[in-house]
Write a protein that binds this ligand. Sequence first.
Ligand code: ADP
Ligand code: MG
Length: 560
Amino acid sequence: MILGIDLGTTNSLAAVWRNGKVELIPNHFGEYLTPSAVGLSDEGELIVGKLAKERLITHPQSTQSRFKRFMGTQKKLRLGDKEYLAEELSSFVLRKLIEDAESYLGETVEEIVVSVPAYFNDEQRAATKVAGQLAGVKIDRIINEPSAAALALHRKRQEDATYLIIDFGGGTLDISIVDAFLNVIEIVTVAGDNHLGGEDFTQAIVDDFYSAWPTVRADISAEESAQLYQEAEKVKQTLDKEETASFRLMVGKEWFSYHLTQERFLAISKPLLNRIQKPIRRALRDAELTVEDVDDVILVGGNTKMPLIQNYLSYLLKRSVRIEVNQDQAIALGCGVLTGIKARNEDIKDMVLTDICPFTLGIEIVGDVMSPILERNAVLPSSKVGTYYTTQLGQTEIKLTILQGEEYRASNNIRLGTLDVQVPLNHKEYESVDVRFSYDINGILEVDVIVNSTGATYQKVFLRDNKQLSQEEIAERREHLASLKSHPKDQEVVQLLLSRGQRLFSDSTGNDRDFLTGCIRHYEEILETQDLRKIKKGTELFKRQLDAVEERIWGGGNGF
Ligand code: ADP
Ligand code: MG
C-alpha cells in the first residue's frame, strides 16, 4: 500500500486513497495531527509525537522538534547524550505515522509519497528520501506542498482555476501561484519567508510577557521557559475565539500573571504582519499576475486559523480569502490523492503534476556579475540558451562558472562548478559561444556549449551541491568586502543605491534584470573614475533608473 504523508515542521499527517476517495488516517490517539517531535525517555527509549511534544517542557534536553528546518544540513541535534541529523529525526516521525497507519488499516505500507516545501533544494529533497529509507520504506515521489494543496482543492472543485496559495505554518510562510487546468496542476511561481511563522507570533507573546515582567528573564529556568512558551501558545489560540486571554506562570517560587487583549495582540504582531506582503507581491509579480487575476486565494497551514491573519490578508489583498479545505489537512489530503494517482487508480489516473525550478541558474560574467540563463520558476524540464562573448581579442579560452541563486554579485551565489571552453585564436573579432542550460525534474543540470565559429561542442552535467563554504572561501569573501572600503563607493548613499540595485535584481527577472545589469555596470564605471562631479550626476541618474524599475516591478502605489 502507498501512504501519503505531509511531513511538517510542527505537525505531520497521513492520508490514503481508499474506495474512490481520499481519507485521513488518525494516529493511535485518534487524532489526525501528529506533532513532529522526537524524544528519548529516561530509559533511553524513543518517543515520537504528542508525548514527545509534552516532554519538550519537562525534558527539553532530551527532546527535539522543528528539525525540518535543518533537513539536508549536517547539523547535529541532541537527544540526551546522543546526536542525530534532521533526516534521522524525521525518519522517526515517518516510522510512527507508518506504524499507526498500518495498525489502523491492517495493511503493510511499502511506499510513501511525501510533501516538501516547493523551495526545498536537492539536498533537502535527498535528505527527505533518506529519511524514508531510514524509516524502511521507499519514497517514490516527493510532491511540492502547494501542488498537494492545489490537488486536494482541484478534486473538490473540479474546474480550472488559478490559485494563490498562502501556506502559513509554524516556521515558514510559503506563497505559491498554482494553475489547475485540464487535469494538469502546475506551480507557476513560488516565493516565501523562511523565517516567519506561527512560532513568531507565539514568541511575540512571550516577549510581551517579559516586557511586563522584565526581571523574570534572568531568573527563568529552561523548563519554566518552555512552560511559558506553551502558555503563550494557548493564549494565542484562545484569541481565535475570545476577546481576551490570560495565564499565570510560576517562576522560582513566585507567580506572574499575564493578560492579552485582541487589540494588544494586533499591536505586538504588526511587525510580523508587515512582512507578509513582500513574498505575495513577488509571487504575483513573477507570475505576471495581479491579485485580481487569481480565481481564489487559499489559506493553508495552522497559522491561518488566526482571525488576525485572515482579516489582515483580506485587508491587504482587498478581497475575500477562502478556506475550502481544513487548513491543517489540505496538504496531507493532496498527498493522499497523489497516492491514488500513483496506484493508477481509475478515478484519477489522468492528473499530471509539473514542477518548477525554485531558483535561478546562470553563469558568471566579467566584474563578478551573475548572468541568469534559466530564471527561477521555470517549468521543468526546461532548457534555455544564452550567448556570451570573449572579453579580449585573441583570447583562446573561456572559463564558464555555473551559478545558482538570486544575487547580483556572482560571488554571493552558489557556485556549482566550472567548464573550460577553447575558442580559436582570433585577433579581428570577439568569439562567441552559445551556452545551453537544460534542467530536469531530478535536479540534474546539463550545460551544453557550442563555439559558434567552429561548431565545436562541450558538455558537462552538474548535480546541484550546496556545500558549506571552506575557510579559504570565507577569507576570500572577507577580503573582497574589505577591498570596497578605500573607494568613494563606500559613501553611504552610494552603497545604499548599489545594494538597492542588487536587491531589485534579485526581485526581478528577464528584461528588467538586463537593464539593471547595464545600469549597475555603468554606475560602477563612473565610481571607478573617482571624479566627484561625475559621481554626483551618475548617482542621480542611477537613482532615477532604479526608481523606474521599482515602479515597474511593484507598480509603485499601495496595495495590490
Ligand atoms: P507546519 O506546516 O510548520 O508543520 P502547521 O501548518 O501545522 O505547521 O502550523 C503550525 C502553526 O499553526 C503553529 O505555529 C501553531 O501555533 C499554529 N496554529 C495551529 N492551530 C492554531 C489555532 N487554532 N490558532 C492559532 N494558531 C494555530
Ligand atoms: Mg505545513
